[in-house]
Design a protein around this ligand. Structure first.
Ligand code: 4NP
Length: 153
């Protein structure tokens, strides 16, 4: 199983989602591959935002080794599931999908949580938003791990 987390810059939300899901996958010894990417190229090669690194560290996760990369059309072939952080990321990814099989791989990460708003807010401009984003993603990753596990078993 190969899972890709996608946001805009790949420095705030999707690196956290990658770190959170990787940790759960390791705890359950599932052997899944988890990666992240951004639809934009501004931060390619950079470490996650210091505020994402700090909130990850607060919860016992080390995401310091991650480096931002841009989402490519090849990712829609390579990965089994692609989780977008918000509607804008979702639309951008879908616009690159060329087959029904590729489109089926793409989901909003909050789709399965029962949340009314399916957008993970972009915390880039809000220093105080990172803990809330962490909590949303932690819940979403637990849900999607269960759903994907059930789907493939
Ligand atoms: P992310 O947050 O998509 O969660 O990584 C952002 C990071 C950078 C920018 C926007 C959003 N930016 O405009 O540079």
């Amino acid at each position: 199983m190969k899972i890709l987390m996608v946001c805009l810059g790949n420095i705030c939300r999707s690196p956290l989602a990658e770190g959170i899901l990787k940790n759960k996958v390791e705890q359950q010894q599932l052997g899944w591959a988890v990666d992240s990417a951004g639809t934009g190229a501004w931060h390619v090669g950079q470490q996650p935002d210091p505020r994402s690194r700090a909130v990850a560290q607060k919860h016992g996760l080390d995401i310091n080794k991650q480096r931002a990369r841009q989402f490519t059309t090849g990712d829609l072939e390579e990965f089994d599931f692609v989780f977008a952080m918000d509607q804008s990321n979702y639309s951008n990814i879908l616009s690159l999908a060329t087959t029904p099989q590729q489109k089926e791989k793409v989901h909003l990460i909050l789709e399965f949580t029962g949340a009314e708003d399916h957008n993970v807010p972009d915390p880039y401009w809000d220093d105080n938003g990172f803990e809330q984003v962490y909590q949303m993603l932690d819940k979403a990753c637990s849900r999607l791990l269960k759903i994907v596990t059930e789907k493939v078993s």
